[in-house]
Design a protein around this ligand. Structure first.
Ligand code: MOS
Length: 739
């Protein structure tokens, strides 16, 4: 690391100014000449067929250009494989405007295109749609008996070790409980939108709200039978995703379809209401059966997860495995099941799988602590596992003990009185709760480009998106540090499918994946630069190998300090004014270690029993995530994710009206999220964690770990405050006051 390096320092975002001044444009903010505007019409029923769509009245409106439906849409791919994007679950993806079938309420059934957005929106009201309705089923509770074990997504989700049934039956202490979690929607600030620019020669450039421009580009090319180089997808900035933009959403194909048919640029934006027709975090029921010795040592761990999915895909993530990574236990029975409903497929939502699974696991551990009369934190330490029992591997690093210790100290866990209802502040009951968090530290293959100019400028480029976590800044910091130039000299290009190929931004894997590619590209530039510096016979670096020198402040220096050559002189010697290199980096698939990020979350709540009002007055989240490149930006990820955890615990819920098979919550009046008044003190601790094995940068990623365990810590704190277990998220006033 060089003297001017910003790594490890709380550096502000390089795109911060553009974001807060509005200079950073979103997908629906790109204006091009002759732009037409599309408004989507969605299904009012949950299941059936479209018998007829009468478009005459809409088409008669002055300014309406076209109405696209399944009946007149242009040609789209016939085989379902063409619609499977990089993030698609097992099954046959939904195809917008493909046929007359209605598979879920809010499904898009028509696109009205007009000269102005208001005209399109008005004309959309004039469509007359006749349905042949069929009976639908959206009642998850009623259908739980039909839960099945889904196969085919390539992951082993269920797991048995030893004999959990017998161990549970024989255990002196038992916890046998069921938890529930409501459907949640992501609700990012920016609505989904796509501006498809008709380039005149058949090529299309799309500004789309997506977490994966390459994924989106390939999807468009596949479904419309275009060559990949005929489509370019751009997403320089994104107003939040949380997973909702990992898969291509329907605004993208609809905008492209209309632009190709009309040979004209078309923008399609969704309304806030329509966004509730996209994916969601699946509601779920989780049954936990924990058997333990009287001192709290686990003898058996049973966990059954039942989630919901659509009729056409089997969406699931890893929900139940996590206890085998956290707690030593010889007997386990872990199983995941799905129930099919007549609604859209769920999709990834921040820490998908982990956020759901750890809610139930960590609440059950709290219940076991109470049954064993052991401090909840002590119970975690008693059962601490140094091995990943799913794969029987040690961890490349696991500073979870330090998370517990430092988090507890900062939080003041020692002041907790064991007895529920024993702590008060005036009229309010005070509760302290805690939970563990864990998330997989993933890395995917990615490619990046580095261009060094003779004047010391450095450009870093990769196709992945920056959905908000600060990827522009991370890549600039890494480039500056690795190449040995000041941060101000670095420009970063992201969010463009034409750039060196990279995966979607998600899974907390971008810094490890794209950062490693940036490191490789910078290394390749340095190799060339050193070769050029050695061109003259008089070169003071003659004979030096790459490892003998360092690159700092625009100079190549021998590590022994004996000689140096400036970047500019090296390029002059080589008669070039820039060096451009592209490189890729891939994870070590043969690693003998398991790779995880960990956390300990501590929550304080105050409960007004007469009113049932719960306030989360304090959260301490202690995170071990390898090397932290920028504590300010990484800290913001944890802060935001903790707020998401507060929402999960207390507010977020998309209720369904089963009479209509329709989410009846589809606006911000009904869908509650934490606002400023709901968020009090949140403190983030990054525990030092060195990990040379995981990747050369030693980074793990922090985008998701902050939400994992947070809802459990709050639920456990509410139990400690009130003596009441509400096992059904969100914990609303009515549930708390119900006898
Ligand atoms: Mo995240 S749910 O991988 O965007």
């Amino acid at each position: 690391m060089t003297a001017t390096s910003t790594l490890g320092k709380p550096t502000s975002r390089i795109d911060g100014r553009a974001k807060v001044t509005g200079a950073a444009k979103y997908a629906a903010e790109y204006n091009v000449p002759e732009l037409a505007h599309g408004f989507v019409v969605t299904s009012a029923i949950a299941k059936g067929r479209i018998a007829r769509i009468d478009t005459a009245d809409a088409l008669a409106v002055d300014g309406v250009i076209a109405v696209f439906t399944h009946a007149n849409r242009p040609k789209m791919a016939a085989s379902h494989e063409k619609y499977c994007d990089d993030v698609a679950p097992a099954g046959k993806p939904f195809r917008p405007l493909y046929d007359d079938r209605i598979r879920f309420s809010f499904q898009p059934v028509a696109l009205v295109v007009a000269e102005e957005p208001e005209i399109a929106r008005f004309a959309a009201l004039l469509l007359r749609i006749e349905y042949q309705q069929e009976p639908h089923e959206t009642d998850f509770e009623k259908q739980r008996g039909h839960a099945f074990i889904a196969k085919g997504d390539g992951e082993t989700h269920s797991h048995k070790r030893g004999n959990a049934g017998k161990a549970f039956a024989d255990a002196p202490l038992k916890v046998d409980v069921e938890y529930r979690m409501a459907v949640e929607h992501h609700n990012p600030m920016e609505m989904f939108g796509a501006t498809a620019v008709w380039e005149g020669d058949g090529r299309i450039t799309v500004y789309d709200k997506t977490q994966g421009p390459v994924n989106a580009r390939n999807y468009v090319a596949n479904i419309f039978g275009m060559e990949p180089d005929e489509v370019r997808v751009l997403v320089p900035y994104m107003g939040g995703g949380f997973g909702s933009g990992l898969r291509p959403q329907y605004e993208l194909p609809l905008a492209v379809l209309a632009a190709r048919a009309l040979k004209r640029s078309v923008r399609v934006t969704l309304t806030r209401q329509q966004m509730f027709g996209l994916g969601y975090r699946a509601g779920n029921i989780q049954s936990l059966k924990l058997g333990a010795e009287r001192d709290g040592r686990l003898l058996s761990f049973g966990h059954e997860f039942i989630g919901m999915t659509s009729r056409f895909e089997a969406f699931q993530r890893t929900y139940v495995a996590w206890s085998s990574q956290l707690y030593k236990c010889a007997n386990t029975d872990l199983v995941q099941k799905l129930v099919r409903l007549d609604q859209n497929s769920p999709c990834d939502m921040r820490a998908p799988g982990g956020a759901e699974g750890l809610y139930a696991i960590e609440c059950a551990m709290d219940e076991l602590a109470a049954a064993a009369n052991v401090d909840p934190l002590e119970l975690r330490l008693i059962n601490y596992s140094d091995r990943d029992q799913m794969e029987d591997k040690p961890y490349s690093s696991k500073e979870l003990r330090e998370c517990y210790r430092q988090g507890a100290e900062r939080f003041g866990w020692s002041r907790r009185k064991a007895q529920p209802r024993s702590m008060k502040d005036g009229n309010e009951l005070v509760g302290l709760g805690m939970a563990s968090g864990i998330w997989e530290a993933m890395q995917l293959e990615a490619c990046a480009r580095a261009v060094l100019g003779a004047n010391g400028s450095l450009e870093i480029a990769s196709a992945t998106a920056d959905i908000g976590p600060g990827t522009y800044t991370m890549m600039a910091q890494l480039g500056a540090d690795l190449m040995g130039v000041p941060l101000d000299n670095v420009t970063v290009k992201l969010g463009d499918s034409d750039l060196p190929q990279a995966p979607v931004e998600g899974g907390s894997f971008t810094t490890a994946s794209v950062g490693s590619a940036v490191a490789a590209a910078c290394r390749a530039v340095q190799k060339d630069l050193l070769r050029l510096a050695q061109k003259t016979d008089a070169s003071p670096l003659k004979g030096a190998k790459l490892d003998d020198v360092e690159f700092a402040d625009g100079w190549i220096r021998r590590k022994d300090g004996r000689a140096e050559v400036s970047f500019a002189d090296a390029m002059r010697a080589g008669k070039v004014d820039r060096i451009e290199k592209e490189a890729s980096a891939a994870p070590n698939h043969k690693s003998k270690y398991a790779h995880y990020t960990h956390s300990a979350v501590f929550a304080e709540v105050k409960v007004d029993e007469e009113l049932g009002v719960i306030r989360v007055t304090r959260i301490v989240s202690a995170v071990a995530a390898g090397r932290i490149l920028n504590p300010k930006i990484a800290g913001s990820q944890i802060l935001g994710a903790v707020v998401g955890g507060i929402g999960m615990a207390l507010h977020e819920e998309t209720a369904t009206d089963h009479r209509f098979g329709r989410f009846m919550v589809h606006n911000f009046a009904d869908y509650h999220v934490p606002v400023n008044a709901d968020v009090h003190g949140i403190e983030v601790i990054f525990v030092e964690e060195k990990d040379d094995e995981i990747n050369p940068l030693g980074v793990k990623g922090v985008g998701e770990i902050g939400i994992v365990g947070t809802a459990a810590a709050i639920a456990n704190a509410i139990y400690h405050a009130t003596g009441k277990r509400v096992r059904d998220l969100p914990i609303t006033i009515d549930k708390l006051m119900r006898e």
